[in-house]
Ligand binder design. Structure first.
Ligand SMILES: [Fe+2]
Ligand SMILES: [Fe+2]
Length: 292
């Protein structure tokens, strides 16, 4: 099976932004952010990304959060129109990032769940009843969708998964056959960053507990976003190795080769991860190409 990971799309929607959106105190950082992000994550790049993914004909696409910038309804609408091109529950899985619960209002209204919850939980229940984690089977892969997204004070971007989600996980996994490839999705990075500022303001607060629990549950691969820069590490416990991969942002319009928009393609054969390939955006040619 081939699975694509995209992340940190930060899809803007300038048309729907109204000055009243910024009267909210939570939005003080918002206007600044929106101006800064206008050039960094242009909507055209997101459109090229979706087109390029469509041409890869893979089995599934996972999105590891920060789909929007300020959790505005217009941004969710635009993002959901784009992701719909890739398919429904069978073909796409999305977890939220800190930008998808940017305001208390967005968190309380479960705005993320109302747009993307059906891709995690199926069409059965109403989004008011959906609770993380989500566990869904796609072919021979078991996808675990965790939420690390919480509404934070302005200029903060930290996250937390919490004991409740971790405690619910074993029973949810038991409903599925053993031996399926276990792939967990969480927005925040699981490694320590060099920047002390990033560690103080934007880290996953219960990182150690999350890593320990996922490794104990024999998760094979953990995919994350948040840092916008690609990163990998692995943890071995007895005979089992868990690989943790941050894809970087898939829409960052950067001339720096280390930051340029990218996405990963994971090839999983008979329960084993065989290969990871990366497609990177070439600013000059205005298209994605395989990383050599
Ligand atoms: Fe992000
Ligand atoms: Fe983030």
């Amino acid at each position: 099976m081939r699975v694509i990971q995209i992340s940190d799309l930060h899809i803007p929607d300038f048309e729907s932004v109204h000055p009243r959106d910024f009267f909210n105190k939570r939005m003080t950082g918002g206007l600044n952010l929106l101006t800064k992000r206008r050039g960094a994550h242009p909507p055209e790049l997101a459109e090229r990304l979706i087109e390029d993914i469509t041409n890869q004909h893979v089995d599934h696409v996972v999105v590891t959060g920060d789909i929007t910038n300020l959790s505005l309804p217009g941004e969710f609408q635009r993002a959901s129109r784009l992701l719909r091109i890739l398919g429904g529950y069978e073909h796409v899985t999305v977890v939220p990032g800190n930008h998808d619960v940017y305001t208390q209002g967005a968190a309380e209204q479960k705005r993320f769940e109302s747009y993307f919850g059906h891709l995690l939980f199926g069409e059965g229940e109403g989004w008011e009843d959906w609770t993380f984690p989500a566990v869904k089977r796609v072919g021979d892969i078991l996808i675990i969708g965790l939420s690390s997204a919480i509404a934070t004070p302005p200029f903060m971007a930290y996250g937390r998964v919490g004991e409740d989600q971790l405690n619910r996980l074993p029973a949810l996994l038991e409903k599925h056959p053993k031996g399926l490839f276990r792939m967990a999705l969480v927005h925040h990075n699981l490694h320590r960053r060099r920047s002390r500022f990033a560690e103080a303001t934007a880290a996953l607060q219960d990182r150690d507990a999350v890593v320990a629990r996922l490794s104990m549950l024999d998760v094979d691969l953990v995919l994350h976003g948040h840092t916008h820069v690609a990163h990998r590490f692995s943890i071995t416990r007895g005979e089992h190795t868990m690989l943790v991969v941050g894809s970087g942002s898939s829409t960052w319009n950067s001339g720096n080769p280390a930051h340029a928009a990218r996405y990963n393609v994971y090839e999983i054969v008979e329960g084993q991860l065989e290969r990871i390939r990366t497609r990177v955006y070439d600013q000059q040619r205005r298209r994605f190409e395989w990383m050599m």
